[in-house]
Design a protein around this ligand. Structure first.
Ligand SMILES: [Zn+2]
Length: 139
């Protein structure tokens, strides 16, 4: 999910361009995507060798319910703003070979948006008998 930013880097500060994201399938390390990523990002020249990326994307994740341990899918959206720099500082991502890679940004944003407790449904009853097992130590 690379965007070429050579032209944008040559522009004046404040200049921006919008890119559509359609049917992208980024390689993610810690998430399983069950739908391609769609959305839009706007890349703005921020300063010397720096860009800011604003975006909104939607996809679907495969998650595991914390209560019943079954897999389920969940539609997710992420809105984000991120600085990319040729010499990235803390919390900034690199501009490499006049390109920015959106995949790590999108993965990071989707991970950050996970609820602490993942449930396949609000009233998931969990594994039958598990509660008893936990309190009595036997089924
Ligand atoms: Zn469940």
């Amino acid at each position: 999910m690379h965007i070429h930013v050579r032209d944008l880097l040559a522009e004046e500060t404040g200049h921006n361009r919008t890119f559509a994201i359609e049917g992208e399938q980024p390689k993610t390390l810690s998430l399983v995507l069950t739908q391609p990523v769609n959305g839009e990002v706007t890349v703005t020249k921020l300063g010397d060798k720096q860009l800011t990326v604003n975006g909104l994307i939607a996809t679907q994740l495969q998650l595991e319910c914390h209560r019943c341990l079954r897999s389920y899918t969940s539609d997710v959206e992420a809105e984000f703003e991120q600085i990319y720099a040729v010499s990235p500082g803390e919390d900034e991502l690199p501009i490499t070979d006049e390109q920015i890679d959106l995949a790590p940004l999108i993965e990071q944003e989707l991970v950050l948006r996970q609820p602490i407790k993942l449930l396949c449904q609000v009233d998931c009853v969990g594994i039958p008998g598990a509660e008893e097992y936990l309190t009595k130590g036997t089924f």
